[in-house]
Design a protein around this ligand. Structure first.
Ligand code: SF4
Length: 59
């Protein structure tokens, strides 16, 4: 039986200050597993940051 594949967040190597992996506690570990090495597309931090990166800079 094959091991499940991890879907590692594209920001995990260079996380933001508010990323769950920057402040690992009992409360953030489930989110780290769910989002950072799981469904990062559902992470609220990823969604907020990724949306901002795709938006053109305000002039
Ligand atoms: S999944 Fe979210 S919290 Fe984890 S590294 Fe990516 S943006 Fe940060």
């Amino acid at each position: 039986m094959a091991a499940p594949r991890l879907h590692v967040c594209i920001y995990l190597q260079h996380p933001f200050d508010d990323c769950y992996c920057m402040n690992i506690t009992g409360a953030t570990i489930p989110r780290l597993l769910d989002y950072c090495v799981g469904d990062f597309g559902s992470c609220p931090i990823f969604r907020k940051r990724h949306r901002h990166e795709k938006e053109p800079a305000a002039e």
